[in-house]
Ligand binder design. Structure first.
Ligand SMILES: Nc1ncnc2c1ncn2[C@@H]1O[C@H](COP(=O)(O)O)[C@@H](OP(=O)(O)O)[C@H]1O
Ligand SMILES: [Mg+2]
Ligand SMILES: [Mg+2]
Ligand SMILES: [Mg+2]
Length: 396
């Protein structure tokens, strides 16, 4: 990939800050495209390891994004349900999981299929779930039909249930497991904001491939210093395989580019991402960390692993995630995003600087939180995190 060095040089020296807390697709001013195309996707993909898997994963995530976009446009209150832990789930979460599971199994028939995914069909098998199941089945079939190929058969409700329940694998350190969050950021999705379809592949407990479809993320940088964009286009697909870099293309497939994290080394010029939902990550703690670092820009709060995608192309320099006491992180919330960022040159670790361990099943056991940044900023970020956590502990 001959353009990589040039792209890196071009990206180096960019100062990226974010002006204010940012809300997704309504009224946002987006900036001029800051990335440019390298070679056509077919060339990029064919020279990579896991190229068959990547092609299937990109197709599955893109189709799932289409299904989600259709639902988000016309979201009905009856499409939103509550799970036993009170978190929301919609027909699009189920439909996306069914679709991705169906496409992966169908496109990769020669491999044993194991999927660790967020949703299960329990509520859809109840009497009260029958109308929802019909709606999901319609959505899946409409989306397959919109592919324009006659090669997909129409799925029955039973086949949709089976496809969803394919996601029951436990993962672990042996063999290959797909890891799927069919909609990451369901709260953002329901609000009309950011969300992502996040699909990763584990091999012997390590993430080797990741795809993030972010239907509402502008193609242009969301950094504040590039606000005069000629394009308002939204919909990004990020993808990465181990050792081969991270890429972004438009969800409609029109452009591709290699992406790199920012090269900023002065924390004062950095901006940081965190969850939109204060219940998912302590905004107080991240504000204390940012203050210690000398970060001047206000936090950029967006939902989902779109944060990892935006960071991988240098829109911001840091992602801070500090769940409140008692919450256990799940692998599907980080698998795809973490490889996209690490292949873009960034570092993803827990708050103590340890790499994330995806080999222990569904859960990620992390010390205190997850932090993401580039290589240069990581030492000072770790120091600030340690100080902020110590201060918090001594104030309790
Ligand atoms: N109390 C909590 N603390 C931390 N994360 C939580 C949480 N409750 C839910 N989440 C996770 O936060 C994810 C969304 O992250 P973000 O805040 O970055 O948008 C959710 O993914 P889903 O939307 O897939 O359920 C869910 O897994
Ligand atoms: Mg999630
Ligand atoms: Mg989800
Ligand atoms: Mg959820």
């Amino acid at each position: 990939m001959g353009t990589a060095t040039t792209t890196r040089q071009w990206l180096r020296g960019r100062g990226i800050g974010v002006g204010s807390e940012w809300r997704l697709n309504k009224g946002i001013s987006v900036s001029r495209r800051r990335c440019w195309c390298s070679s056509p996707l077919t060339l990029v993909v064919s020279s990579m390891p896991y190229h068959k898997e990547l092609a299937a994963a990109n197709k599955a995530a893109t189709l799932a994004a289409r299904l989600c976009q259709k639902v988000q446009k016309a979201l009905l209150q009856s499409d939103v349900h509550s799970k036993s832990d009170k978190s929301p789930v919609t027909v699009a979460d189920y439909g996306s999981q069914a679709l991705v599971s169906y496409i992966l199994e169908r496109e990769l028939p020669s491999e044993p299929f194991s999927l660790v995914a967020e949703e299960d069909s329990g509520d859809l098998r109840k009497e009260s779930g029958q109308d929802t199941l019909k709606r999901i089945t319609e959505l899946v079939n409409d989306t397959l039909a919109s592919e324009g190929s006659n090669s997909f058969s129409t799925l029955t409700t039973d086949e949709v249930l089976r496809a969803i329940d394919n996601g029951k694998s436990e993962g672990g350190s042996v063999g290959r497991h797909w890891v799927l969050d069919p909609i990451d950021g369901t709260k953002g999705f329901v609000r009309g904001d950011q969300y992502a379809i996040a699909l990763g592949l584990l091999h012997e407990g390590k993430v080797v491939l990741g795809v993030l479809a972010c239907p509402n993320l502008p193609l242009a940088s969301i950094g504040h210093n590039q606000q005069h964009s000629s394009s308002n286009e939204v919909g990004c697909l990020f993808f990465a395989t181990v050792g081969d870099g991270a890429y972004m293309q438009a969800l409609n497939g029109s452009t591709q580019t290699r992406v790199h994290v920012t090269a900023i080394d002065n924390p004062e010029e950095a901006s940081f991402f965190e969850s939109f939902e204060a219940a998912h990550s302590s905004h107080d703690l991240s504000s204390s960390i940012a203050e210690k670092l000398g970060v001047k820009a206000p936090p950029v709060r967006i939902d989902s692993q779109a944060k990892y995608g935006a960071l991988s192309r240098g829109d911001g320099a840091i992602y801070l995630r500090f769940p409140h006491k008692g919450y256990r992180e799940k692998i599907w919330d980080h698998a795809a995003g973490s490889i996209v960022v690490s292949e873009a040159g960034g570092i993803v670790s827990d708050a103590a600087g340890n790499p994330l361990d995806f080999s222990k099943g569904k859960f990620l056991d992390v010390a205190s939180g997850i932090i993401v940044t580039n290589q240069k900023l990581m030492p000072s970020l770790l120091k600030a995190v340690k100080e902020a956590l110590n201060e918090k502990a001594s104030s309790l």
